[in-house]
Design a protein around this ligand. Structure first.
Ligand SMILES: [Zn+2]
Length: 432
């Protein structure tokens, strides 16, 4: 299968993630778009993709991915990152700007856009830095970055500590019509910390990272968003008190949204009991009560976005002492199967509900149209087998990326096929 052709996806359960419903129907795709076959000539040689018993969903959007280019291709290349995304059902990924150089100039943003056009299997939407060099000292050239094509601003990996600067950033971002995505971390409370502050940090004798470091900044961002009437999106929530703050603010009508990662839903601080740097992540894994509160917040809609924070590192960087290892873990290939376990198996959400948090939720944060599979729309979609149980063993297909923190865990639901603009990008065209 090369390029685009006339394709019919037959007999699948097509998900409408807006209404959170599904309906058995055939989908026809021509020239990269979904079409109504009644409007075309009758003798088109449709190539059939059987989807009986499968879910057909608009392509997933990941609002939080560390694409390691420019500058850190030794961690992961654009090609392997995009393939990882495609294997996980993602057709659009939002790239964080903590690259080398960071995305704080229009040139760097344009470079990433040009390279992704040439080399990426999926759509990559860049974000721009909030502050120059992510130093938290002066604002990045936000208008020029927006003009170059960024869809949001963030200093992710870092958090602007200065409230006045954050206020100005929110005001400018609102003027430019895009949201600020904030990595909420009060830094004086997390100096030298490697894991959640609590029972396990005491047992293991490791410097603890209290959840209040996150909650302080979530609270600040809520108050600033309310004051400036500017949109703030809190990234990778990890604590149940953050959930409480977001819930209360959203009820009050503050323009704040939030996301949670697969690892903060499914893994706890106990994973670090063998001192394995694989589980060192920012913010840290917390307790099962936090996991539970985060999952319930997704189910009730307080957290409207599921995002991976996919952050690969080279093996030589991670295979060192815990204190020295960098923060971050991978997540694109396994996210959907983790959500199957956390939400669908437990009855917290249906697959349609999960699809909503993976398509409509992130699209609305970015101000994009609601993703739907209907005639006229671009054919970005994923076919999922909701019943397959699988183990994460071999992720080597995606090149450089390292070990998965979900190794050994049984996942529920697997991506069968991913399509971007009518072109099959997963399985890789040569093996299809
Ligand atoms: Zn972050």
């Amino acid at each position: 299968m090369k390029g685009r052709s006339y394709l019919c996806i037959r007999g699948g359960e097509v998900i409408d993630p807006v209404r959170q419903r599904r309906e058995r129907k055939d989908l026809y795709i021509a020239q990269g778009r979904i079409v109504d076959p009644a409007t075309l000539e009758p003798d088109i040689p449709w190539r059939i993709v059987e989807a009986e018993g499968k879910l057909v969903c608009p392509g997933l959007i990941d609002l939080h991915v560390h694409v390691r280019e420019p500058g850190q291709a030794y961690k992961e290349t654009l090609e392997s990152c995009s393939l990882s995304a495609a294997s996980g059902g993602f057709t659009t990924i939002v790239a964080m700007p903590n690259t080398s150089p960071p995305l704080d100039t229009p040139q760097a943003v344009r470079w990433l856009l040009e390279q992704s056009q040439k080399r990426s299997a999926v759509r990559i939407l860049p974000t721009g830095c909030l502050t120059r060099g992510r130093q938290g000292k002066e604002l990045a050239p936000m208008a020029a970055l927006r003009e170059a094509g960024v869809v949001a601003f963030t200093d992710d990996g870092d958090c602007v500590q200065n409230a006045e600067l954050m206020r100005r950033a929110l005001e400018y971002a609102a003027m430019l019509g895009v949201p600020v995505l904030d990595h909420c971390q009060e830094k004086t409370l997390t100096e030298g910390a490697v894991m959640n502050e609590g029972y396990w940090s005491s047992v293991l004798g490791l410097k603890g990272w209290p959840s209040v470091a996150e909650e302080l900044m979530v609270a600040r961002d809520i108050l600033l968003a309310e004051h400036c009437q500017a949109r703030v999106h809190c990234q990778h929530l990890s604590s149940r008190n953050s959930v409480r703050l977001i819930r209360e603010a959203r009820l009050r009508g503050v323009p704040v949204t939030a996301e949670v990662t697969p690892h903060h839903l499914a893994l706890t601080e106990e994973c670090l009991k063998e001192f394995d740097p694989l589980y060192k992540v920012n913010p840290p894994l917390r307790t099962r009560w936090d996991c539970q509160a985060l999952a319930e917040a997704v189910a009730e809609g307080t957290i409207s976005v599921l995002a991976t924070d996919h952050a690969p590192h080279a093996p030589h960087e991670k295979e060192v002492e815990l204190d020295l290892a960098p923060f971050g873990m991978i997540g694109l290939s396994t996210a959907l199967g983790v959500y199957g376990r956390v939400f669908v198996e437990t009855g917290l959400l249906s697959w349609e509900g999960v699809a909503n948090r993976l398509t409509v939720g992130p699209a609305r944060v970015l101000g994009l149209p609601d993703p739907l599979l209907e005639p006229g729309r671009v054919a970005d979609l994923v076919i999922v087998d909701p019943d397959i149980r699988w183990q994460v063993d071999d992720l080597s297909f995606s090149g450089l990326q390292g070990k998965s923190p979900f190794c050994g865990m049984e996942l529920l639901g697997k991506v069968i096929l991913t399509m971007v603009e009518g072109k099959i990008v997963w399985p890789k065209p040569e093996d299809f």
